[in-house]
Design a protein around this ligand. Structure first.
Ligand SMILES: [Zn+2]
Length: 185
């Protein structure tokens, strides 16, 4: 993985927060958002190509701000800010999921879909992932990458994991430490 690609594969709400990193923002333009949604693959709700614009970007950035605040508080055992709780709930209510009845030549079936505009659906999908993460006891295991210039968060499945990713931070920190050790000798 390139150091200049978003970190993905963590719980979705962490992937979202991790798009803003020490040196910049992977969700700065609608094109960035499109690319990030593609990286999310099957996790991503169906979004029509070309329907991601400034409104969608603003909605996603807004829930990202909430997610960053809330995760930071919750993983350190602090109470959530009421304004963040209200914002998350406003967003999930904006695009509820419904189970609809479908009857056609093939028979009777059901179809689950989310109501609302593309911006509302994207934001609700992300907000629900935040609700899931904040209510998961695993929240307390979330770590920040140990590289001093890296703010990325991850949920380690291996307790010895120290870096957001080996290719992004693990290798360069090992190289830096090796260099320092030899310089000191
Ligand atoms: Zn890192």
């Amino acid at each position: 993985m390139s150091a200049f690609a978003p970190l993905v594969g963590e719980p979705l709400a962490l992937d979202l927060v991790n798009t803003r990193f020490a040196q910049g923002d992977f969700l700065a333009t609608p094109e960035d958002l499109c690319a990030w949604l593609v990286l999310q693959g099957d996790r991503c709700p169906e979004v029509l190509p070309g329907s991601v614009g400034l409104a969608e970007l603003a909605a996603v950035q807004c829930i990202r701000e909430c997610a960053a605040q809330a995760i930071d508080c919750a993983r350190r055992g602090f109470p959530l800010r009421q304004e963040d709780v209200e914002a998350v709930n406003r967003v999930v209510r904006g695009a509820p999921c419904v189970l609809e009845l479908v009857a056609n030549a093939e028979g009777i079936s059901s179809s689950r879909r989310r109501l609302g505009s593309t911006a509302e659906r994207l934001a609700a999908w992300l907000a629900e992932s935040l609700v899931e993460l904040l209510t998961d006891p695993a929240l307390l295991r979330i770590r920040q990458c140990e590289a001093e210039d890296c703010v990325l968060l991850f949920l380690p499945s291996n307790p010895r994991r120290r870096w957001c990713s080996p290719s992004r931070c693990g290798n360069r920190m090992r190289v830096a430490r090796h260099y320092q050790r030899h310089k000191a000798e």
